[in-house]
Design a protein around this ligand. Structure first.
Ligand SMILES: C[S@@+](CC[C@H](N)C(=O)[O-])C[C@H]1O[C@@H](n2cnc3c(N)ncnc32)[C@H](O)[C@@H]1O
Length: 257
């Protein structure tokens, strides 16, 4: 097993879900039964942001809710990537090239793709890994399109769901009632919500420009939508400055592909 396929337990969680759960762990507005051909709707806003025919990497592609329509209807040249082969088997069957890799260590050269999509994946990472993961996405994609479920949106019952989940963690004996800690679920993965303005702040440490949209494209306000699309471009001055001073710069372990 290659080193960049993620921690074994994380990978196993997703493999198990794909093998045992007909819904592949989906719920809310992305509920789907991919094996029966019932796919959830793709995020329309991606079609507005991504130029037709562009080179796109879909990181944490799952069953291909976004990358399959982008390839079929928008003429995009897609490479897909996921930590789990079972989760992404639909994408493989579609003939889209797929790489099995952990997003924290992508096997691509810097700036390899016009756009990098990372939809509903960072929410499942431990909070301590989020900034490092974003650095890796920024390295590989010239424009980085991150979609995150909005804890304030209707599908999260306008904030009640994350608070309830955190309460449950507390009742089960894990000390420290906070929705700002890692929140495990019965399925085995984490669900760590980020308020849109906090996540924007996190992104602005790394990108010079971050704009927010409703991912579905329907609701005019991203703050009231179920999923927020963060369109991230450029490198922030902090990162440029730190690089210049050689602060926390790590050797690049990635070989060009
Ligand atoms: C909730 S699904 C989202 C699927 C798809 N992007 C979408 O929006 O419908 C999360 C996906 O991310 C993958 N994943 C989880 N952790 C990952 C990691 N560290 N690196 C790459 N993929 C990961 C899972 O295997 C799963 O397919």
């Amino acid at each position: 097993m290659s080193e960049n396929r993620g921690t074994k337990s994380e990978r196993k969680v997703w493999e198990d879900i794909a093998e045992r759960d007909p819904y592949l762990g989906t719920s809310g507005p992305t509920r789907a039964i991919p094996r029966a051909g019932l796919l959830a709707k793709s995020d329309d806003s991606l079609f507005k942001v991504i130029n037709p025919g562009a080179f796109v990497l879909d990181v944490g592609c799952g069953y291909g809710r976004n990358c399959i329509p982008l390839a079929r209807l928008h003429g995009c040249h897609i490479v897909a990537c996921d930590i789990s082969s079972a989760m992404s088997s639909n994408v493989k069957e579609e003939g889209i090239p797929i790489i099995l890799s952990d997003l924290r260590k992508l096997p691509f050269r810097s700036g390899a793709f016009d756009y990098l999509i990372c939809s509903v994946v960072l929410i499942h990472l431990p909070r301590r890994d989020t900034a490092t993961a974003i650095t890796e996405l920024r390295r590989v994609g010239r424009q980085v399109l991150i979609i995150m479920p909005n804890p304030l949106g209707p599908a999260s019952y306008f904030g009640l769901l994350p608070v309830f989940a955190a309460l449950l963690v507390w009742v089960k004996g894990q000390r420290g009632f906070s929705i700002l800690r890692d929140v495990p679920t019965l399925r085995g993965y984490l669900v760590n919500y980020y308020l849109p303005w906090r996540f924007t702040k996190l992104l602005k440490h790394q990108f010079s420009a971050v704009t927010l949209r409703s991912a579905s494209g329907g609701n005019p306000s991203p703050y009231l939508s179920d999923r927020v699309l963060y369109v991230c471009t450029g490198t922030s001055q902090t990162v440029v400055r730190d690089r210049g001073m050689k602060i926390h710069e790590s050797p690049c372990p990635h070989s060009p592909t």
